[in-house]
Ligand binder design. Structure first.
Ligand SMILES: Nc1ncnc2c1ncn2[C@@H]1O[C@H](COP(=O)(O)OP(=O)(O)OP(=O)(O)O)[C@@H](O)[C@H]1O
Ligand SMILES: [Mg+2]
Length: 350
């Protein structure tokens, strides 16, 4: 079903991504692959469909669950969940590993003490057979342990030829920071990785996606409504899917927009809140910057002028460049424009 709101797992449910899917499958032999794209663009779907098509055993670590100041306990917690979910495919290679216990259908990992298993050890054992290790939203691994984690991945890159790592991320700049493409000190610096960037659907594909989805759901929807959904949500598959579901449930276009805006307001408020945790001033500046951009201040001078007016104070140009750089790395904006049209509208309500 095209409008199934979960990430897709089967090729026939994945709309218009044949090329990307084939590219991913053709490169699965490589040690490191990065799949990037804005929120809701379909990264997890592409990943899951590719993994299922490949028939290879895989473990899928969902790093989105990590908090900012995560520790080893959290990383090993995620890993043990991921290993447990794929236990039947990998039990043979982890059964006898020191620091790994299998209790029924769960895998427990010791991350400290005498009998602990290091990440590099674990990878070496998994390497006994061909396995894909996928880390969804890998930019969340930035932070205090990122160096050790990257070192373990770099070790596996060099020595564990049966392993393929796939990292995905919706905060594209932060994901590249984690990998360390431009950072001479990064353990992964200078290693080639295959890169797949997912783009939004074209207007025609967006329209076609909705038409087919409504047809599958047995819902008659007039062309005007379809055009309006694509106008508002652009070709971002996750928004189109959400809108499709609301329409199938009987909502009109205004209700659909309203409900989606609610989702986006919530996400953007979380972002501002996380900045406010740094300091009240920083939080306020982020909010003002977002608002100024949503009002169409699309150059440095316009934005600077809008921001100083809102703040009622002078502002160092460094401050503004830091905020802009951060928002770009989080894939919220690019060149003074929002990447997601729903976010642009949501910001007006902050
Ligand atoms: N090509 C596609 N065909 C059909 N449905 C899709 C496609 N891409 C995404 N979707 C749908 O859009 C929604 C978002 O997809 P998915 O979770 O895979 O995206 P994502 O990029 O991983 O999002 P996030 O950044 O929030 O993790 C899901 O409901 C999924 O089913
Ligand atoms: Mg995802």
């Amino acid at each position: 079903m095209l409008f199934d709101e979960r990430p897709k797992t089967r090729r026939e449910d994945l709309f218009n991504r044949d090329e990307e899917l084939n590219q991913l499958l053709a490169n699965l032999h490589r040690p490191l692959i990065v799949v990037s794209g804005v929120r809701r663009i379909g990264k997890t779907s592409l990943l899951l469909v590719a993994l299922n098509e490949s028939k290879l055993p895989f473990i899928l670590v969902d790093a989105r669950k990590l908090k900012d100041n995560y520790g080893w306990k959290d990383v090993y917690g995620l890993l043990s969940q991921a290993l447990s979910s794929s236990l039947d495919k990998i039990v043979d290679v982890i059964r006898k590993v020191r620091g790994v216990s299998i209790l029924g259908t769960s895998v427990e990992l010791s991350w400290k003490g005498k009998r602990y298993v290091s990440l590099a050890d674990l990878f070496d054992h998994l390497n006994q057979k061909r396995i894909v290790i996928a880390i969804d939203e890998a930019q969340r691994l930035r932070g205090p342990l990122s160096r050790e984690i990257r070192e373990a991945i770099a070790h596996a890159y060099d020595y564990d030829r049966n392993l393929t790592f796939i990292l995905t991320g919706s905060e594209v700049g932060l994901l590249y920071d984690f990998v360390g493409v431009e950072d001479h000190d990064s353990p992964l610096y200078g290693r080639y990785f295959y890169e797949l960037r997912l783009d939004r659907f074209s207007r025609e594909s967006g329209v076609e996606f909705l038409r087919r989805g409504f047809k599958e759901a047995g819902k008659n929807v007039d062309e005007g409504m379809i055009q309006e959904i694509v106008n508002f949500f652009d070709g971002i598959p996750g928004w189109l899917t959400l809108a499709g579901n609301y329409v199938v449930a009987g909502k009109n276009i205004e209700e659909v927009k309203e409900m989606s805006l609610g989702v986006a307001v919530n996400e953007i408020s979380n972002l501002v809140r996380s900045k406010r945790n740094v300091s009240e001033i920083v939080g306020r500046r982020y909010r003002h910057t977002l608002k100024c951009i949503s009002e169409g201040n699309n150059s440095w001078s316009k934005l600077y002028e809008c921001l100083t007016r809102r703040e009622g104070s002078t502002l160092s140009s460094n401050s503004l460049s830091n905020i802009l750089q951060q928002l770009e790395k989080m894939s919220i904006i690019h060149d003074y424009e929002f990447l997601d049209p729903v976010y642009r509208e949501a910001v007006k309500r902050l």
